[in-house]
Design a protein around this ligand. Structure first.
Ligand code: GLU
Length: 292
C-alpha cells in the first residue's frame, strides 16, 4: 500500500490536515507500505516557502516520516503541460475565455437540477460550441482550457445515455455515506461535474490534472483525503481512463469541524497545529482531539 498526504503550502496546517496525514500514515504503516508527502504548490501566487517549512516541522512533530526527496508540483509544470497538449491534440479539450461573471450570467436563467459541482458553478457550455478541434487548431496560449465530457463520451464510444460506466472503490465514505464500488456514467458527470478546467490561464494546469498525474507517478495505491473531494474523484477517474493511468482506491474521511460544526479552513489559525504546539499540546493530544 502506498498512501500520500498532499498539502498546499498556502497557510498553516490545522487539525483537519493532521487527521488526514495521520490516517494516511497509519494506514500505510499498518499495511507495511509507504507514506509519501507531496507539496501541491501550483498556485504560485499563494504558495510560500515559509508555509512549506512549517508543514515539514508540523508533520515531523506529529511523528510522521516520509522518504526524500519530496515531490513538488512546481517542479512538474513541464509534465502537466505535455499531457495538456496531448489532451488538446486528441480533441478532449477546448479553450474557454469565460470569466466567472460570464458563467454566473449564463447560469442566471432558471436551470433544472444541480448547479454546483466540485469546482463551483457547473460550466454552462458557452465556449463548447467551437470546441475540441484537436491538433487541427494550434494549442492556445493564455486561455483557460476545459475538459469536454461530451468529447470523452464520443471518443470512448459510450452513448451519453450511460451505457459505459466508470467506477472506483471507496474504502472510506463519501458525504452521503457512499462506500464500496462507486459507479457513475458520463451522463451523471455532465450533470454533476460539467466541463471542468484542466488548465487555468494563470497556471497552465489545474488541481485535477496535476493530482491525477502525480498520484500515478508516485504509484499511490490508496488516496486518503477529506470527503469534500469525493465528487472530484469522478473527474479524476475520467482523466485516468483517458490518460490510461491506473485508478487507485480512494479513502475519503470525515471532515474535522469547529465547535459550531463549520469545516476548518486554512485561515482558521486558532486551530493551527503550530498554535497547539506552542500552547504545550502533545502529538497524542492532537490524535485524541481528532478522534483516533
Ligand atoms: N492539495 C489539496 C489540499 O490541500 C489536497 C488534494 C488531495 O488530497 O487530493 O486540499
Amino acid at each position: 500500500m502506498i498512501t500520500r498526504f498532499a498539502p498546499s503550502p498556502t497557510g498553516p496546517l490545522h487539525l483537519g490536515h493532521a487527521y488526514s496525514a495521520l490516517l494516511a500514515y497509519d494506514m500505510a504503516l499498518e499495511a507495511g507500505g509507504d507514506f509519501l508527502l507531496r507539496i501541491e504548490d501550483i498556485d504560485q501566487s499563494r504558495a510560500r516557502p515559509e508555509w512549506e517549512t512549517q508543514i515539514f516541522d508540523d508533520l515531523k512533530w506529529l511523528g510522521l516520516w516520509w522518504p526524500e526527496p519530496v515531490m513538488r508540483q512546481s517542479d512538474r509544470l513541464g509534465v502537466y503541460h505535455d499531457k495538456l497538449r496531448w489532451l488538446w491534440n486528441h480533441g478532449y479539450a477546448f479553450a474557454c475565455s469565460c470569466s466567472r461573471r460570464d458563467i454566473q450570467n449564463a447560469m442566471s436563467a432558471p436551470q433544472e437540477g444541480v448547479s454546483h459541482g466540485p469546482d463551483g458553478l457547473i460550466y454552462p457550455g458557452t465556449c463548447r460550441a467551437h470546441h475540441c478541434q484537436g491538433s487541427t487548431v494550434p494549442f492556445p496560449e493564455n486561455t483557460a482550457i476545459r475538459l469536454s465530457i461530451e468529447a470523452v463520451a464520443r471518443k470512448h464510444g459510450s452513448a451519453l445515455t450511460g451505457a459505459e460506466t466508470f467506477s472506483f472503490v471507496e474504502t472510506g465514505e463519501g458525504p452521503n455515506g457512499e462506500t464500496g464500488l462507486i459507479e457513475f456514467t458520463l451522463e451523471d458527470a455532465i450533470k454533476t461535474i460539467g466541463d471542468v478546467v484542466l488548465a487555468r490561464r494563470d497556471m497552465g494546469t489545474s488541481y485535477h490534472l496535476s493530482v491525477v498525474l502525480d498520484d500515478a507517478k508516485q504509484g499511490i495505491t490508496h488516496v486518503v483525503r477529506g470527503q469534500d473531494l469525493f465528487e472530484a474523484t469522478k473527474i479524476h477517474v475520467i482523466l485516468q481512463r483517458i490518460l490510461k493511468l491506473p485508478t487507485p482506491m480512494y479513502h475519503h474521511h470525515k471532515l474535522i469541524r469547529d465547535d459550531a460544526g463549520k469545516r476548518l479552513a486554512k485561515r482558521d489559525d486558532a486551530r493551527a497545529i503550530s498554535k497547539y504546539r506552542q500552547d504545550g499540546a502533545s502529538p497524542d493530544d492532537i490524535r485524541a482531539w481528532v478522534g483516533f
